[in-house]
Design a protein around this ligand. Structure first.
Ligand SMILES: *Cc1c(COP(=O)(O)O)cnc(C)c1O
Length: 441
């Protein structure tokens, strides 16, 4: 197999390289969100000039099959005609009013109809805001201060959620970033995912101080990790028994795994749900919703403050509404499951053929291939096992795929996304590319 060596400063990416040098002078690290900088795989990011359907074009004129989909929102692919038309129609009527519109109620109705736990919903401008607001609401509702989160789960960059922990059992949070105070971090209890005994112990020790348990019901942010039924059941039972609020962060999984998100798929109904990504159809929009009794504590119905100049922005609401209507009218989920199965089986066979130890996890159109050091394949059930991945191997895999025109997540610890615009030929090309690349890693 004479696969070319991954060339991280390929002459085919000269313009991107120059654009990155300029951007680094102007913008910290050259990017407006750190994952875009390709830091986890070494090398330099490509700069995008356009996107259409399942493809991205960079400023050097290369095209790539896109498996990032803007990190989740683009389930219909780029520039879906229905979404483009809705944005154009909204644009013709103005871009922001700072006053209510009927369109917001229409989007709220679509969300409430689709997501089992949501009886009332408030719109914000990002997933970060949704998670931050849900935590404040849970604290305001319960008059308690502590929140429980799980290592390897990402809930945006609000201070109290930028807290991770080692792999040890119940740990009091340590800030994950300079600028997050120890005082803030102390109110966040970090536990291991899929360890119901730790959750049991945390509630036994301080159940009357815990306002909320916040979790990704299917994790996408340490690579894809599925929850066990026991873990989910424990989270639901313990929060209920102790009067804490169970918050499912479905910013990534909402409308991705099923119309009602992971909670529909798994049959577990939380008290609050956060949404983002797909709900905005590629524009900045997030939302949090849940039981009426809890949501009515949000100002001005209740006393928990939360506001936003651009909340419920007409362009974002139009894009989100068109996306959710398209997903309702032409559900892609069965076809995404078929494409996902095909990709999973193709990559698993390729890894086995070339003796590369790999744990492949998939839920519908989300998937991660964890490359490992071997010799045995270790199931990935949480951050402890995920963090043992052979990340240098993943970097090689990533660049090999880039050189073959496949744009994968630029980190081992992110899930890839298949969109409704991908077809069987795209999947087969992606399997063939992986087969060639895995032969060389
Ligand atoms: C992306 C993400 C967020 C943050 O959303 P932003 O819109 O980037 O602020 C929060 N939670 C989860 C699960 C996410 O995947």
């Amino acid at each position: 197999m004479n696969a070319p060596r991954p060339d991280r400063s390929s002459s085919q990416r000269r313009r991107s390289s120059a654009a990155f040098a300029r951007a680094r002078d102007l913008i910290p690290g050259g990017v407006n969100s750190p994952a875009r900088a390709f830091g986890a795989v070494g090398g330099e990011p490509i700069f995008i000039s356009a996107a259409q359907g399942q493809r991205l074009t960079d400023i050097d004129g290369n095209t790539y099959l896109d498996y990032i989909g803007s990190w989740g929102p683009m389930i219909l692919g780029h520039r879906h005609p229905r979404v483009v038309a809705a944005i154009e129609a909204a644009l013709a009527r103005g871009t922001s009013y700072g006053a209510p519109t009927e369109a917001e109620s229409r989007l709220a109705e679509l969300i409430i109809a689709a997501v089992p736990s949501v009886e009332k919903v408030r719109m914000v401008s990002s997933g970060t805001e949704a998670a931050m607001s849900a935590v404040r609401l849970a604290r305001g509702f319960t008059h308690r201060e502590k929140i429980v989160k799980f290592s390897g789960n990402y809930h945006g960059h609000a201070d109290s959620l930028l807290v991770a922990a080692g792999s040890s059992a119940a740990t009091l949070g340590v800030p994950d970033s300079p600028g997050v105070t120890a005082g803030t971090a102390r109110d966040t209890v970090v536990l291991d995912y899929n360890e119901p005994a730790q959750l049991e112990e945390a509630f036994r020790a301080g159940g009357d101080t815990i306002a909320a348990v916040l979790m990704e019901p299917v994790v996408g942010n340490m690579g894809l990790v599925m929850p066990t039924a026991e873990f989910l059941a424990a989270a639901r039972r313990l929060t209920h028994e102790h009067g804490a609020v169970l918050v499912f962060d479905e910013v990534m999984t909402g409308f991705r795994l099923a119309p009602g998100g992971a909670q529909e798929l798994l049959g577990v109904t939380p008290d609050l749900t956060t949404l983002g990504k797909i709900v905005g159809g590629g524009l900045p929009l997030g939302a949090y919703g849940g039981r009426r009794e809890i949501m009515d504590h949000v100002l001005p119905a209740g006393k928990v403050f939360q506001a936003g100049t651009l909340s419920g922005n007409p362009l974002a609401v139009a894009a989100g509404t068109a996306t959710l209507e398209e997903l309702r009218d032409h559900p892609p989920y069965a076809s995404l499951e078929r494409l996902g199965t095909r990709l999973e089986e193709g990559w698993r066979a390729a890894a086995a053929r070339h003796g590369v130890p790999a744990w492949i996890a998939r839920a519908g159109s989300m998937m991660t291939m964890f490359l490992q050091a071997g010799p045995d394949v270790v199931p990935v059930t949480g951050w402890t096992t995920a963090s043992r991945s052979a990340t240098a191997r993943y970097a090689e895999f990533f660049w090999g795929m880039m050189d073959r025109g496949v744009y994968l997540p630029c980190s081992q610890y992110e899930a890839l996304f298949i969109s409704a615009a991908h077809d069987t030929d795209d999947i087969d090309a992606t399997i063939a590319a992986a087969d060639a690349v895995l032969a060389a890693v």
